[in-house]
Design a protein around this ligand. Structure first.
Ligand code: ADP
Ligand code: MG
Length: 142
């Protein structure tokens, strides 16, 4: 996929970008979302989930690290991983992240991927979100 950069001016617009992006994905796929707190990672993932056909509300997993949602297609799974509170790489095993990253029948979206950089698979899609004022966000998809 060629690099794509876009500036959105509302959370809804970011969700729409993610919704469209979801339709270009094929299994398996790991998506690493980089960006500061409030940059819009979770917002992007909400649009992504909707684009994947998930009707359940996607919330920040904060305390559980990983939430999973069934995808109707191919009985695959969408994993939403948020590593904000991961203190040590020693915990990667305990939270079951290795299995998630190896799941060939899954789409995995990871917030704070910098915490597990060396464990990320090689062929991932990177999404960078940067705040550019109250409602402006620069989104780069590589
Ligand atoms: P993160 O998961 O990166 O910490 P969130 O998605 O939880 O960020 O929060 C982003 C916040 O910024 C939300 O309150 C959202 O409504 C707001 N926001 C304002 N403009 C945008 C935009 N253009 N794209 C995404 N979020 C936006
Ligand atoms: Mg978040």
């Amino acid at each position: 996929m060629a690099t794509k950069t876009i500036t959105t001016e509302s959370a809804d617009q970011t969700k729409r970008i993610a919704f469209d992006f979801a339709h270009k994905l094929s299994l398996p796929k790991v998506i690493a979302l980089y960006g500061d707190l409030g940059a819009g990672k979770t917002t992007f993932i909400q649009g992504l989930a909707k684009g994947l056909g998930i009707t359940k509300r996607v919330l920040s997993p904060t305390f559980v690290f990983i939430r999973q949602y069934k995808l109707e297609k191919q009985q695959a799974i969408f994993y939403h991983v948020d590593l904000y509170r991961l203190d040590s790489k020693k915990d990667i095993e305990a939270i079951g992240l290795k299995e998630v990253l190896e799941d060939k029948n899954a789409i995995v979206a990871i917030e704070w991927p910098e915490k597990i950089e060396e464990f990320l698979p090689k062929n991932i899609t990177v999404v960078r979100l940067q705040s550019n004022g109250e409602n402006k966000r620069k989104i780069t998809i590589v």
